[in-house]
Design a protein around this ligand. Sequence first.
Ligand SMILES: [Zn+2]
Length: 375
Amino acid sequence: MVYKMRYTLAKFMGRMAGPVAKLGPGAGTSFPGIVFLKIAGYDALKQLASELKIGSILITGTNGKTTTTTLLIKLFSKELDIRGSYESNTVTAITTGLLQGRGDIGVFEYGIRDKKHGMPDTIQELIGPVGVVYTTISREHAQVAGVKNPFNQYLEAKTLLTDNMNHGVIVTNADDPRTANIGLNKSKDIKVNYYGVDDKKISDIFEDETVECPNCGNPLEYSHKFMNHRGLYKCPDCGLERPQLNVRLKSIEFEDTKWLLNIEGNLFNYTVNKDVSFKLHLKVPPFGFHNVYNTLASITAFATFTPNPDNIEKTAEYVFNNLDMSFIPPGRFEVVNINGKKVGLGQGDNYDYVIMTGCGEEQAMWENIKQKLIK
Ligand SMILES: [Zn+2]
């Protein structure tokens, strides 16, 4: 009884803190969550999270979290009442999102640098997500803390977010051996839906770094790289290879003002508890290769959790065919004119400038772009 009252009070106070927080600088958008957790304690977060009809989805990875979260919210908002937050790397931000009131589903971006700077296993326990979406895990962010060789800790933190999941679905990038391996290790416990690219027109031309097998540590062999370490890989030692795709980019056509994406899906839908399939023909702005992955991640997550699988095609085509570039966070994309061709430079992968050309002159273009970037 005392607990219940404290919980109700905390919820009330937390919600009241919302409008106040907007007035003052500093405390930012997490203030209602801070108030709630201070009064009710961390355990109350479990109850708050369980009030959602379908449950919560956490989006994590090194890159593409914000864009994937944005796209996923766009997709769900056609049919559901959503609680969500962007760039919420803390439990208080997620709590703030949950405090917005009753809803069907929670969609939260969750970034973690390493175990010390986050609490992925605690988050998993308190939020009890029905879905965790992995975008990609790369080394870039791991340099921040100034810790020597922090990448393994970073990878471990990402893994901890789903380690104890015993219900729900993991949505993960099959082209990335690190995120694929997390899925493969969990597939004995819960369902995993994999997404990836199946059109070799998307090709990485400038990274040639050895990628360690996340399973045994030996170098992976790639027959094709789509982007950075994402590609068609196989470990000659332990046999790790790209898992079968549930959602695939079957083909891509590049036009000046539009890209045509052909996507096929066949996956387990958590909400209706059965397999569903779909075929999509999307016309998107020429938004860069990294956003092809963000598109696949958001569509896979949407198709996994929508309560109306019959509408997947209609909803996804509506959202993506009406997309303009404003969904990309500012400062992460620019279109430059090179040799009369419009080329998009996306900074979706932090330090990795991604080029998209869609023609056979990648190398020459890359030289041009590099010169431009150096200037
Ligand atoms: Zn291996």
